[in-house]
Design a protein around this ligand. Structure first.
Ligand SMILES: [Cu+2]
Length: 173
């Protein structure tokens, strides 16, 4: 009788987790987004100074300077650019390819392919406070991914529970 009750409990837990997983999936099926970021550099800050994105998002940076020449180096994404005032173009360099010629581009496209915090900073000396000119890109895990993870946790707990109760059954508990 006790075994039956345990088995029922396990079953209920499994079903609850499964339902929760499906519900969360359906509710927040976060398709990766394209985010256009209009970034203004001025002595001695970037605006915005924080960018939030989800894993898988495409980030399109449009950079401009409100005063003097600035740089834009994005940690971990192989991006470094020079921003010239009153120009729609920036000169993009890939730090991993130091010998390649800089490209003149209107926007810099980056895929948020890793979670975490990535700093961006000015990479072109622009004045006394230049070393403090920085911001942060925060890439969060996708909610879809979290929902599936909870489903897996539920399934694992359920299987473990079932294995445990069937072992007890064999022992005649
Ligand atoms: Cu600067």
């Amino acid at each position: 009788m006790r075994v039956m009750r345990q088995a029922m409990f396990v079953l209920v837990v499994v079903v609850l987790f499964a339902v929760a997983g499906v519900w969360a999936n359906g509710r927040s099926a976060d398709e990766p987004q394209t985010r256009i970021i209009h970034m203004t550099a001025r002595q001695y800050a970037f605006e915005p100074s924080t960018i939030r994105a989800n894993l898988g998002d495409t980030l399109v940076f449009r950079l401009q300077s409100a005063d003097v020449m600035h740089g834009f180096y994005l940690e971990g994404h192989d991006v470094e650019a020079v921003i010239t005032p009153q120009s729609p173009y920036v000169e993009l360099r890939r730090p991993s390819e130091p010998d390649a010629r800089p490209q003149k581009v209107e926007e810099i496209v980056v895929t948020a392919d890793r979670t975490g915090k990535f700093r961006y900073r000015c990479s072109h000396t622009c004045g006394t406070m230049h070393p403090f000119m920085m911001g942060e890109l925060v890439v969060a895990p996708n909610r879809l991914f979290i929902a599936s993870s909870w489903g897996i946790v539920g399934l694992t707990a359920g299987l473990a529970g079932t294995a445990l109760s069937s072992r007890k059954k064999q022992n005649g508990a």
